[in-house]
Design a protein. Sequence first.
Length: 135
Amino acid sequence: MTVLVDTNVLVYDTIENSSHHDSASELIDESEDPIINSLSIVELGFVLPRYGIDNESVRMKIEELLHSDYFTVSWLSGKMMEKVSSFMVENKLSFRGFNDWIIAYDAYSRKVPLVTFDKILQKKCKKLGIQVIEI
Protein backbone atom coordinates (compact mmCIF):
# COMPACT_ATOMS: atom_id res chain seq x y z
CA MET A 1 0.00 0.00 0.00
CA THR A 2 1.25 3.48 -0.83
CA VAL A 3 1.39 5.75 2.22
CA LEU A 4 2.70 9.20 3.05
CA VAL A 5 5.21 8.94 5.89
CA ASP A 6 5.23 11.69 8.52
CA THR A 7 8.48 13.14 9.81
CA ASN A 8 8.17 11.44 13.19
CA VAL A 9 8.18 8.02 11.54
CA LEU A 10 11.42 8.92 9.74
CA VAL A 11 12.92 10.17 13.01
CA TYR A 12 12.05 6.97 14.88
CA ASP A 13 13.31 4.87 11.99
CA THR A 14 16.65 6.71 12.20
CA ILE A 15 17.08 6.58 15.98
CA GLU A 16 17.75 2.93 16.68
CA ASN A 17 17.41 3.16 20.49
CA SER A 18 13.95 4.74 20.21
CA SER A 19 11.03 2.81 21.67
CA HIS A 20 9.25 3.29 18.32
CA HIS A 21 12.20 2.30 16.12
CA ASP A 22 11.00 -1.22 15.32
CA SER A 23 7.44 -0.09 14.52
CA ALA A 24 8.66 2.75 12.32
CA SER A 25 11.12 0.55 10.44
CA GLU A 26 8.52 -2.16 9.92
CA LEU A 27 5.96 0.33 8.57
CA ILE A 28 8.44 1.76 6.12
CA ASP A 29 9.68 -1.67 5.04
CA GLU A 30 6.16 -2.99 4.46
CA SER A 31 5.00 0.02 2.43
CA GLU A 32 4.90 -0.09 -1.33
CA ASP A 33 6.26 3.14 -2.79
CA PRO A 34 6.21 5.20 0.43
CA ILE A 35 6.03 8.95 -0.11
CA ILE A 36 7.78 11.61 1.95
CA ASN A 37 7.06 15.31 1.69
CA SER A 38 10.18 17.41 1.15
CA LEU A 39 9.23 19.35 4.29
CA SER A 40 9.97 16.18 6.28
CA ILE A 41 13.52 16.24 4.98
CA VAL A 42 13.87 19.82 6.21
CA GLU A 43 12.37 18.87 9.58
CA LEU A 44 14.84 16.00 9.94
CA GLY A 45 17.63 18.55 9.69
CA PHE A 46 16.15 20.33 12.73
CA VAL A 47 15.05 17.33 14.76
CA LEU A 48 17.85 14.77 14.50
CA PRO A 49 20.50 17.00 16.15
CA ARG A 50 18.15 17.37 19.15
CA TYR A 51 18.54 13.61 19.62
CA GLY A 52 22.31 13.88 19.58
CA ILE A 53 22.78 12.85 15.95
CA ASP A 54 25.99 14.41 14.62
CA ASN A 55 26.07 16.68 11.57
CA GLU A 56 27.67 14.14 9.25
CA SER A 57 25.04 11.51 10.11
CA VAL A 58 22.25 14.04 9.55
CA ARG A 59 23.77 14.98 6.19
CA MET A 60 24.02 11.32 5.19
CA LYS A 61 20.38 10.67 6.19
CA ILE A 62 19.18 13.67 4.17
CA GLU A 63 21.17 12.55 1.13
CA GLU A 64 19.90 8.99 1.55
CA LEU A 65 16.30 10.21 1.39
CA LEU A 66 16.93 12.60 -1.49
CA HIS A 67 18.59 9.93 -3.64
CA SER A 68 16.50 6.96 -2.56
CA ASP A 69 14.97 4.63 -5.11
CA TYR A 70 12.63 3.40 -2.38
CA PHE A 71 10.93 6.66 -1.37
CA THR A 72 9.11 9.07 -3.63
CA VAL A 73 9.76 12.66 -2.58
CA SER A 74 6.77 14.98 -2.86
CA TRP A 75 8.25 18.42 -3.43
CA LEU A 76 6.69 21.34 -1.61
CA SER A 77 5.45 24.07 -3.94
CA GLY A 78 3.88 27.48 -3.58
CA LYS A 79 0.67 26.14 -5.10
CA MET A 80 0.50 23.37 -2.49
CA MET A 81 1.08 25.84 0.35
CA GLU A 82 -1.78 28.00 -0.97
CA LYS A 83 -4.08 24.97 -1.04
CA VAL A 84 -3.03 23.96 2.47
CA SER A 85 -3.60 27.46 3.86
CA SER A 86 -7.07 27.60 2.26
CA PHE A 87 -7.85 24.14 3.66
CA MET A 88 -6.74 25.29 7.09
CA VAL A 89 -8.88 28.44 7.02
CA GLU A 90 -11.92 26.50 5.75
CA ASN A 91 -11.51 23.98 8.59
CA LYS A 92 -10.59 26.56 11.26
CA LEU A 93 -7.18 24.98 11.90
CA SER A 94 -4.40 26.83 13.70
CA PHE A 95 -1.39 27.88 11.67
CA ARG A 96 0.79 26.87 14.63
CA GLY A 97 0.53 23.42 13.06
CA PHE A 98 1.17 24.59 9.48
CA ASN A 99 4.01 22.11 9.01
CA ASP A 100 1.84 19.17 10.13
CA TRP A 101 -1.01 20.24 7.87
CA ILE A 102 1.27 20.55 4.85
CA ILE A 103 2.20 16.89 5.27
CA ALA A 104 -1.35 15.75 6.14
CA TYR A 105 -2.84 17.68 3.22
CA ASP A 106 -0.30 16.10 0.88
CA ALA A 107 -1.61 12.67 1.90
CA TYR A 108 -5.21 13.89 1.55
CA SER A 109 -4.65 15.34 -1.92
CA ARG A 110 -3.00 12.12 -3.09
CA LYS A 111 -5.75 9.99 -1.54
CA VAL A 112 -3.23 7.91 0.41
CA PRO A 113 -3.11 7.30 4.15
CA LEU A 114 -0.84 9.31 6.40
CA VAL A 115 1.38 7.27 8.70
CA THR A 116 2.19 9.18 11.89
CA PHE A 117 2.87 8.55 15.57
CA ASP A 118 1.24 11.90 16.42
CA LYS A 119 -1.99 10.90 18.19
CA ILE A 120 -3.40 14.44 18.20
CA LEU A 121 -2.81 14.81 14.46
CA GLN A 122 -4.35 11.37 13.86
CA LYS A 123 -7.51 12.42 15.67
CA LYS A 124 -7.79 15.75 13.81
CA CYS A 125 -7.15 14.08 10.45
CA LYS A 126 -9.91 11.53 11.04
CA LYS A 127 -12.39 14.32 11.79
CA LEU A 128 -11.48 15.95 8.47
CA GLY A 129 -11.70 12.75 6.44
CA ILE A 130 -7.95 12.32 6.00
CA GLN A 131 -6.99 8.64 6.00
CA VAL A 132 -4.60 7.74 8.79
CA ILE A 133 -2.82 4.53 9.69
CA GLU A 134 -2.71 4.38 13.46
CA ILE A 135 0.49 3.14 15.00
